[in-house]
Design a protein around this ligand. Structure first.
Ligand SMILES: Cc1cc2nc3c(=O)[nH]c(=O)nc-3n(C[C@H](O)[C@H](O)[C@H](O)COP(=O)(O)O)c2cc1C
Length: 310
């Protein structure tokens, strides 16, 4: 059975977020309330293939068994490298592979990768075909278009002609970055287009969803799954089936777990870890002072000492 067909309508995914959804943070989310599926951060196919970049790439594909099902996401511009990387991922035991065709980062776009592929649609097709050669289910995560919303029809139709196993649509263009509201008004038409061209493709939507219940109306319209990214910063428990209030202690325990995992996996440097502290130290009297204090820390033991004293 295709990997994607095992999930019931309304299934949830933690969005891939570079510098955020590493092995430590994915496990934090799994402990808080796990989504049905995880994704790895995106990884460049050139680095996976080259001797020099392999170490970094392998770090990004490091997972714990408890995180499964987890889908590795790759990006690049060379079809043959996608094929080779997908073969290696299959050998490593991953059940599927996702191609990034939506990243708006200017360094990525300058190489022609990520959302840059929206401007080279024939190459995008070649990449899907090459990745499929490994025999894994291949999905694509993309945006509505490059600069104009009305590109959505031709771009998504173009991708669907390749019959990807799944298609995740971040409901904005590359140009819109994350600055405007997601274009939910297009969902019914996107469902129709998918059913017309590639009815077997699993359809996932993404953009501004804070909790699964927010997307129920889209599931009723024929969307199969939802992907949440930044919502997890506002509420790490956002994948809870029955949402409830969480105490300050629960949030601090999650932070403690995050610190432990960061140490256990020897992740470094320390400073990027500080970006996460506002997830846990938030919404209670004195939280901003504690955060300020935490921002001055230079190591995990220092941060741990502060929260242990709360
Ligand atoms: C810090 C950060 C890193 C991201 N890295 C990736 C990535 O590696 N691959 C990807 O497909 N999208 C990436 N994205 C985009 C998210 O997966 C998602 O599409 C976007 O945040 C919109 O969803 P949201 O409104 O639920 O956050 C990233 C977003 C953020 C904020």
């Amino acid at each position: 059975m295709d990997f994607w067909k095992q999930f019931k309508p309304g299934f949830t995914i933690l969005a891939p977020m570079e510098g955020v959804t590493d092995i430590a943070f994915r496990q934090v989310v799994a402990r808080a309330a796990r989504p049905d599926i995880f994704y790895t951060e995106f990884t460049n196919v050139n680095s996976y293939i080259s001797e020099k970049g392999r170490h970094n790439a392998l770090e990004r594909f490091r997972i714990e068994e408890s995180e499964r099902p987890i889908v590795p996401q790759i990006w690049g511009t060379k079809p043959e490298m996608f094929s080779e990387t997908a073969q290696a991922l299959k050998k490593a035991g991953f059940p599927a592979v996702d191609i990034n065709m939506g990243c708006p980062d200017r360094h990525v776009v300058a190489t022609g990768g990520g959302s840059g592929l929206i401007r080279t649609p024939e190459l995008a097709k070649e990449i899907i075909r090459a990745t499929k050669q490994a025999g894994l289910p291949v999905s694509v995560k993309t945006r509505l278009g490059y600069s104009k919303v009305d590109e959505w029809h031709s771009w998504l139709a173009h991708l669907l002609q390749e019959q990807p196993s799944a298609l995740t649509v971040h409901l904005r263009t590359k140009k819109e970055m994350s600055k405007v509201a997601a274009h939910y008004e297009l969902v019914p038409e996107i469902v129709d287009l998918k059913n017309e061209i590639s009815p077997e493709t699993t359809l996932i939507i993404n953009g501004d969803i804070e909790k699964p219940a927010d997307a129920q109306k889209f599931i009723d319209m024929g969307i199969d799954g939802i992907m949440i990214g930044r919502g997890v910063f506002h509420n790490p428990f956002c994948f809870e089936k029955t949402p409830r209030e969480h105490s300050r202690e629960e949030l601090i325990d999650l932070m403690r777990y995050h610190l432990d995992l960061y140490e256990r996996y020897q992740l470094s440097p320390y400073d990027p870890l500080k970006h996460f502290y506002k997830i846990y130290i938030n919404n209670f009297p004195g939280a901003s002072e504690i955060r300020e204090h935490l921002m001055q820390t230079k190591s995990i033991p220092e941060a741990r000492a502060i929260i242990d004293n709360l």
